[in-house]
Design a protein around this ligand. Sequence first.
Ligand SMILES: Cc1cc2nc3c(=O)[nH]c(=O)nc-3n(C[C@H](O)[C@H](O)[C@H](O)COP(=O)(O)O)c2cc1C
Ligand code: SF4
Length: 434
Amino acid sequence: MSSSAELAPPVPAAAELPRLLAGALADRPLSLTEHFERYGPVRQSAGRSRGEELIELAAAAGLTGRGGAGFATARKLRAVADARAHARPVVVANGVEGEPVSDKDKALLRHAPHIVLDGVALAAEAVGARTAIVALADSASHELAAVRAALAERERRNVDQIQIEVARVPDWFVAGEETAIVHALNGGPAAPTFTPPRPFERGVGGAPTLVQNVETLAHLALIARFGPEWFRAVGTAAEPGSALVTVSGAVSRPGVYEVPLGLPLADLLSWANGPSEPLSAFLIGGYFGTWIAAEQALRLRLIDAELASSGASLGARAIVALPRSACGLVESAHVIRYLADESAGQCGPCVYGLEAIAGAFEQLAGGGRDASVGPAQLKRWLGQVKGRGACRHPDGAAHLVESALRVFGAEVELHARGGCSGTRRAPLPIGKAR
Ligand SMILES: Cc1cc2nc3c(=O)[nH]c(=O)nc-3n(C[C@H](O)[C@H](O)[C@H](O)COP(=O)(O)O)c2cc1C
Ligand code: SF4
């Protein structure tokens, strides 16, 4: 990556947020000139192998993946870099964001494509790749335009030493799973494949492949510039840094917020100008996430170590505030049906199990008289689908069902007597029908 001729601007105050979306404009992406004015060029390595240095920086920063699983980025970089003895690695920037209640990756790509592309180029340097692919969903037309324009600017100014392409995958919930992207890039459907081999062993074109979420790559670009201590100035020692979080549902100002990890959920709710009406629960972590009763959730901080006490994790970093006027059981039934329909249709427990679970849950939500399957039987079925798919889709869906049964238990009983406390539907979006 070129260091550009511009003078480096001062290092941004470490505790200042936002970091990734700093200076984002409402109506257009930051240009390359604006991007370099804000962040300066990438710091050059002092002697030792540049790739090794980048991996060490990611490790010292404690950077973890922002795509859902929270895997240590340095370990993944190391695994792909080590596999380069067999073949030249490929980097895939995962900007698919199939999660319907998440907009953080798309917001980053729309507003600040260069910070992602810096991260792509650096990750390629770290693992020894000469090719990188930015994967986007078919419907992401604004993001596609932003990335294409940014790539053209970088080419004109000869910024990158690697080839960066853009690829599109269908708008399926599971299309952003890493083996699904690799499968699609290899000419197959965007459906997960059985592992091993994992992408880092054999991925795009059979080469070792690093699949990294676009936000993770953007953090890498800032760590390479400003160092691990700067990154660690926010967050906690065990879960350092900041993260983009999408807030939706019954809040006055829904949107994407960059939070220091460990921020109390109550503070994030204030950033979103508070609830727009009384709340009953929060869904934490998107549609693979966990319902938590509002009172309990508002005592928690946004770090996995604390959320775990309520069976939750940050997951896809999407948070939905459920208004009291909506029925959590009905809303969950709607989402569980969507997840069952989004099964890639290749593993029995996922295809038949999720279908049966969605049907039984719909009966619970629709009114008890027809419900032939009670919560106890439903829980047994959940145990039978978990860990039984090629990907974690059934596990994620089962997790949501379990938390819905726990948090909306009183509603299950009310529905069994023909009642429902909801007076209107909540804005829980689902993707396009497949
Ligand atoms: C069903 C399913 C869907 C997923 N969708 C996405 C997605 O849209 N975007 C994403 O970054 N990761 C997604 N993931 C996680 C990826 O498989 C992978 O772990 C991630 O891209 C790795 O990047 P990271 O380490 O930077 O988080 C999904 C996982 C599963 C099981
Ligand atoms: S577990 Fe479900 S979504 Fe995942 S590959 Fe199998 S059928 Fe597809």
